[in-house]
Design a protein around this ligand. Structure first.
Ligand code: ADP
Ligand code: MG
Length: 320
């Protein structure tokens, strides 16, 4: 199978068609319309075989996750997603693999009402790069740099589940309960981009970031960009029932603090906006938890357990 027929067979026929796409796959480039008054938000993430997924991972899972992690970045900006592009490097044109992969892309584009508008197909080691684009009114974009001392720090959902799932796959730990095991593996393989939360936080949150490398690592980006410090209460970190019932409490906190791949949002909200936050979050039906507060001590992350300062050496996932 040649590059051209791969594109024709698996990517051109993607079903979801948006009105703002004047020209999709097939020409030298795509033509799209950005709504008046909105900023175009663009993000890219690569998933590499052996780094971000096991080489024998299910192709539809790889596709869904590659889309989800990009949509999570748009969510963290407060943006509404519109289009994706797909750059794929494949060792060989395995048709069963491609069909399953394309089905995973199609599932995501339909579910999120977005359109695949282009990409590139090359031969090489298995790697998937997605670029996602969306819109946000420019003054409402959620930046890492706008947090203020005194803001309360919140996270959505529960933390550490994906990391526990990964350790199960790597045989570093065992979770006996089948339901719990499935729950954490699903959190690893099918992260939920918190898009509705992101758009609901416009004009409410001061700063926002998605948790991809781990809380202790990702929160530092906000502290650095906003020149703030933070106190985080480890006993407040939201843990799933699967986590609580599978792992020693001390280890559960370590997963929640430093494991990657959660794709929850971390955001900061001033005292004055807390009422609005309660109402906005109720409409999303996504759980959220206050885990600490910002202060003026530039770049200092203080961790407390039951109010006592503790020293955890945790850095989150780093590539280099
Ligand atoms: P060019 O050589 O001009 O870059 P290509 O042959 O790479 O063009 O691509 C032809 C068309 O197919 C373009 O519209 C491109 O965006 C699209 N395309 C290529 N690979 C993919 C892919 N994996 N997924 C979606 N669209 C793709
Ligand atoms: Mg090309």
């Amino acid at each position: 199978m040649k590059e051209f027929s791969i594109i024709e067979t698996y990517f051109k026929q993607q079903s979801h068609q948006r009105k703002d796409v004047l020209l999709g796959i097939g020409d030298d480039a795509a033509l799209t319309l950005v709504p008046a008054g909105q900023a175009l938000v663009t993000t890219t993430d690569t998933l590499l075989a052996g780094v971000h997924f096991l080489p024998d991972a299910e192709p539809s899972m790889i596709a869904r996750k590659a889309v989800a992690v990009n949509l999570s970045d748009l969510a963290a900006m407060g943006a509404e997603p519109a289009w994706i592009s797909l750059s794929i490097s494949l060792p060989e044109a395995d048709e069963a693999w491609l069909a399953a992969f394309a089905a995973g892309i199609a599932e995501m584009t339909q579910f999120y009402s977005i359109q695949l508008i282009g990409g590139d197909t090359v031969q090489g080691p298995l790697a998937v790069t997605i670029t996602a684009q969306g819109f946000v009114p420019p003054e409402q974009a959620l930046l890492r740099s706008k947090a203020k001392p005194g803001d309360f720090v919140y996270v959505t959902g529960t933390l550490g589940d994906a990391g526990l799932g990964l350790d199960i796959l790597l045989n570093k730990t065992t979770v006996k309960d089948l339901e719990h095991r499935q729950f954490v593996l699903n959190r690893l393989h099918n992260p939920t981009p918190r898009l509705l939360v992101g758009t609901s936080l416009r004009r409410i949150a001061n700063a926002c970031i998605d948790l991809s490398d781990g809380l202790s690592s990702d929160i530092r980006h906000i502290l650095q960009a906003s020149k703030c410090g933070a106190t985080i209460h480890l006993d407040k970190l939201p843990l799933s029932r699967a986590m609580l019932e599978s792992i020693e409490p001390q280890n559960a906190v370590k997963y929640a603090l430093s494991a990657g791949d959660d794709y929850e949002l971390l955001f900061t909200v001033s005292e004055e906006q807390k009422g609005k936050l309660e109402i906005a979050m109720a409409n999303t039906s996504v759980s959220f938890t206050c885990i600490g507060q910002l202060n003026g001590m530039s770049n200092k992350l203080e961790l407390r357990m039951n109010n006592y300062v503790v020293d955890y050496q945790t850095t989150g996932y780093q590539h280099f």
